[in-house]
Ligand binder design. Structure first.
Ligand SMILES: [Zn+2]
Length: 129
């Protein structure tokens, strides 16, 4: 084998090894950022279900909330979406806890802000889904 060809082989093998090591960690960092953003959005929705609307309407836990009342508290009246593009599963009740279909029940691990002083109500799916 020619020396030059051997050098080329070593260099390209190095590039492949570099790419194999680099890509997964890059993707992992991207997934972490996505999940962090997702959690921020879930917290926004959660706060509206657990504080804003129930306080304004003097609700008890489990009282139904109109989706429009949630949108009143959202920027540009748009419900945030997961950065992955998923639509959140939102239980439209006072004390409800939104869930991301892709990232799951991220709020379970987070200290709950709740005007009721109780555990948030966890519904797997919003009514009609
Ligand atoms: Zn998500």
């Amino acid at each position: 084998m020619h020396v030059r060809r051997r050098i080329l082989l070593v260099v390209s093998a190095g590039a492949v090894l570099f790419a194999l090591g680099f890509l997964p960690s890059h993707r992992l960092a991207q997934q972490k950022r996505e999940q962090k953003k997702c959690l921020q959005y879930l917290l926004q929705v959660n706060e509206v279900l657990n504080c804003c609307v129930p306080l304004e309407k003097k609700m008890k836990p489990g009282d139904p909330i109109a989706p429009n009342d949630v949108l009143d508290f959202m920027k540009d009246r748009v419900l945030p979406r997961c950065p992955s593009g998923c639509k959140y599963l939102v239980p439209y009740v006072a004390g409800g806890r939104p869930v991301c279909p892709r990232h799951g029940d991220l709020l379970r691990e987070v200290a709950q802000v709740n005007v009721f002083g109780s555990q948030a109500i966890y519904l797997k799916r919003s009514p009609g889904e």
